[in-house]
Write a protein that binds this ligand. Structure first.
Ligand code: NAD
Length: 304
């Protein structure tokens, strides 16, 4: 029986996740990305890994397929487009989408896969590129049944530390957008706080240390501080390169605000964060920077 794992989307997250599978899963790995250079780089680093030239080929050659793509349109294209996964998928495969996408699209993808006789899971992640590299991600998993979740868990454990069953298909995405709405809000709040303290004369590292042992402490302050030089390995200390892009954060906040509207849930601060990231991500010099670069924007005010 075909025992291979197929991985599609070797970006900031997927590259590291697939790397962990290559090292730990003990199963053949076949990878695909739309960018050829990325595939070559991955192959150079992992000699035993094979590459494919379409998502359909991945689906045909692997019994477990994992996708890690930017947003809903890319997921639709990779699953339902020409040479997409659905064209090559065999019965009894397992398909896991770890991209953060619209809950409705996640349900649609899962329904089509289930219809074709395979298992379908939405399993978005949290933990950043650091968590992806260390294999300590949190997976928030939506699945049709506990059995489907149980069968996916050992594979996800090669890439993550906390694998959480969230309920029916789509619920992984619900958990994820709730988390990222809070993350977007907290990053802006930490950026404003650090700017305020610095302007009032505090030394940034000292201020961060105080916050991180006080009640304002949060992941945005103690693990991913947006002020350059406070923590040596964060994107903030590397000119905001790598990490989680402003465009992706803007997308996640949009997903959260849209979902809130549908559910008649009030997200006043979340909506404000969505506006701020919408503006930041549509400013060309910020588009490709990590989302903690909102720190730089707060210097000038959001409307400079
Ligand atoms: P990324 O843009 O770095 O990577 C996406 C990869 O998908 C790229 O390599 C791109 O070439 C590839 N791709 C795009 N369209 C494709 C297609 N049609 N066929 C094949 N490959 C295609 O994004 P990322 O930062 O790795 O994020 C991926 C997902 O994970 C997003 O949904 C994001 O919201 C989520 N996420 C990211 C982080 C983070 O810290 N970066 C953390 C948690 C969750």
């Amino acid at each position: 029986k075909n025992n291979a794992i197929g991985f599609i989307g070797l970006g900031q997250m997927g590259y590291n996740m697939a790397n962990n599978l290559a090292l730990k899963a003990g199963r053949p790995l076949i990878v695909y990305d739309a960018v050829k250079d990325t595939l070559t780089r991955f192959k150079d680093q992992n000699k035993d890994v094979e590459t494919a030239s379409t998502p359909a080929e991945i689906a045909d050659r692997a019994s477990t397929i994992i996708t890690m793509l930017p947003a809903s349109p890319h997921v639709k294209e990779v699953y339902f487009g020409k040479n997409g996964i659905m064209e090559g998928l065999h019965k009894d495969s397992m398909v896991i989408d770890s991209s953060t996408i619209d809950t409705a699209v996640a349900k649609e993808v899962a329904a089509e896969i289930l219809k074709s006789g395979s298992r379908a899971l939405d399993a978005p992640v949290s933990g950043g590129t650091g968590g992806a590299a260390a294999g300590t991600l949190t997976f928030m998993v939506g699945a049709n049944s506990q059995e489907d979740f149980d069968s996916a868990k050992p594979i996800l454990e090669h890439m993550g530390k906390n694998i959480v069953y969230c309920g029916q298909n789509g619920n992984g995405q619900v958990a994820k957008i709730c988390n990222n709405m809070l993350l977007g809000v907290s990053m802006i709040a930490v950026a404003e706080t650090m700017q305020l303290g610095i302007k009032l004369g505090m030394e940034p590292k000292l201020l961060a240390n105080i916050l991180n042992t006080s009640s304002g402490r949060c992941w945005s302050s103690d693990t991913y501080n947006p002020c350059p030089g406070v923590m040596p390995t964060t994107p903030a200390s590397k000119n905001y390169q790598g990490g989680f892009g402003n465009t992706l954060m803007a997308k996640d906040l949009r997903l959260a605000v849209n979902a809130a509207q549908d559910a008649h849930s009030t997200v006043a601060i979340g909506a404000l964060a969505a506006q701020i990231y919408n503006q930041v991500s549509s400013t060309p010099e910020y588009q490709n920077l990590d989302f903690s670069s909102v720190f730089k924007v707060t210097i000038f005010g959001y409307c400079h």
